[in-house]
Ligand binder design. Sequence first.
Ligand code: NAD
Length: 481
Amino acid sequence: MKKIQNYINGEFRDPISDDWLENYDPSTGEVYSKIPNSSMDDVELAYRSAEAAFESWSNTTLEKRSGILMKIASLIDEQLDRLAAAESKDNGKPLSLAISVDIPRASSNFRFFAHAITQFSTEAHESIGLNTMNFTLRQPLGVVGCISPWNLPLYLFTWKIAPALAAGNTVVAKPSEVTPMTAFLLGEICNEAGLPKGVLNIVHGMGPSTGHSIVSHPNIKAISFTGGTKTGEHIAKIAAPMFKKLSLELGGKNPNIIFADCNYDKMLAVTLKSSFANQGQICLCGSRIFVERPLYNKFKEDLVHKTKELKVGDPFDAKTNIGALVSKSHLEKVQSYIDLAKEEGGTILCGGNRVIVDGFEEGYYLEPTVIEVPNDLCRVNQEEIFGPVVTIMAFDTEEEVLKMANSVKYGLSATLWTENINRTMRISKKLEAGIVWVNTWLNRDLRTPFGGMKNSGVGREGGFEALKFFTEPKNICIRYD
Ligand code: NAD
């Protein structure tokens, strides 16, 4: 059986305790590899190698640093098919999605921050009349921790690592224990690209043990975390008394607001994606759909019709639209919300059942599900389900839909469909969300600030925001005569 190992000081190592976890293929429900159940000792080893590498890496010229990151990006591109196949097998997502989105974005992350660091500038403030000149240094923090989730494994892992490395930090990183494979393969790529030993260290294992050891390590200066809101809350409690810098990208329950004046065909096609892409396991999915009443019945009929046409099955089959959910426990959690919807008076308009796929009988497949909810405050409309499940409801006025859109504890993203520019501005300004997409969804420019309001997170990543997070500003004030 394939053994995934930790990547520490440029070498692949078994966990010190020789303790291993099982890694499942969600499409078959079978264990297909083992991963280290790393302890505090492994994290300490990773930390020490990162610390030893810091002095040299932080003093490496931008040209050289950037060149190595560009090389990593190119190698990811060259290994697109291999990495996409590994991602699909590990996560259950359609291979076509891993080929078109996950892996290209991982290489873009490295390429983007390789460029960004060469354009990153600091400020100078001359105190006129006082004969002093201030300028700001932006220095790397030291050893930083990056912890990522399972839904977009290599995509989100590299979204943190690339800016951290570009800014001159050295890194101890942990991918999700549910999807460790592509992070493991990234270690090989880093060696091939000539990344010096110890600059990036990847430890595998469970959140409450391995992840906790990273967060609570006294000398790891900052934590960039993407994952669930509850985990984020826990991490904040540990990191705050240690005064660590924290970036938290957490859960979402995003509204998709559809006005009757929208471009209907475009909206319907994109709404199908924003509802079910990656089995609905994207923090940005528009899982609460609000439709202006004159359009409601037509939309309901068309969405249900289109949803029923989606093909659920083998992630490696080119015709598959919906692959497997990531794990058995996650499938059960999503199913429990479908049961709850019925108890709360919701109507399952389509889907709702587990799918038994020929030849993959033990895989974690679920029909894409549309639920008509009686009110926006029911739990299925308030809590993050994170699966191929959307709710729909009608609304009458802007005020009403804004109130419903903002009624959740989350504030990650929102989508708005209207051709009216005045309404676009009125509503966008009032939506409690870090990102508002108008007449589009998941359109990403890596220069833009990315993150959430309310319980969806703290801080912003992306563009120079990420480089600011991974550096410490220091003002130097010089008096001259
Ligand atoms: P999770 O919080 O369970 O795990 C995320 C990572 O944190 C994993 O690597 C896990 O091992 C680790 N972890 C868990 N407990 C920990 C602890 N006590 N200390 C340190 N690390 C710990 O999340 P998940 O189930 O992997 O991912 C799904 C969640 O991620 C959803 O809520 C989704 O909305 C969110 N998400 C948010 C964004 C965003 O950009 N805002 C993007 C993707 C996913």
